[in-house]
Design a protein. Sequence first.
Length: 142
Amino acid sequence: MNSTTHENDFYAWTQEQANLLKTGQLHQIDLQNIIEEIEDMGRSEKRQLESRLEILITHLLKWQFRPNLHSRSWQLTIKEQRLRLEKILQKNPSLETNLTESIEDIYPFATISAEKETGLSLFPETCPYSLTEILSLEFLPD
């Protein structure tokens, strides 16, 4: 199988590669593209985790800095994102080792989102919530 099929018909390529692996025809597999796809799958899981963290932290900031506008919708979004994060971490426990770094990476984006949604520009430069607080189903900032 050549990389042209990988580029032109990804689904057909995946089916052919799976069949080659199942039948032990390892000399015919498209090893370089398989390696790249597996690496991309891992990066995708990390992106999903970071996306959920960003949404969650954005809503925690809105909750803390716009207390007069608390809504059931914000509270449910916070709960939903925590549950989705929990599910991602259950399926990918190795992602937990880099959670603090992920929070640091996405926090500036969360403040931008919170600023766009609230019109406020007073959010702390670093995340004011601990990892435990962020993941706790009970925590809501005052």
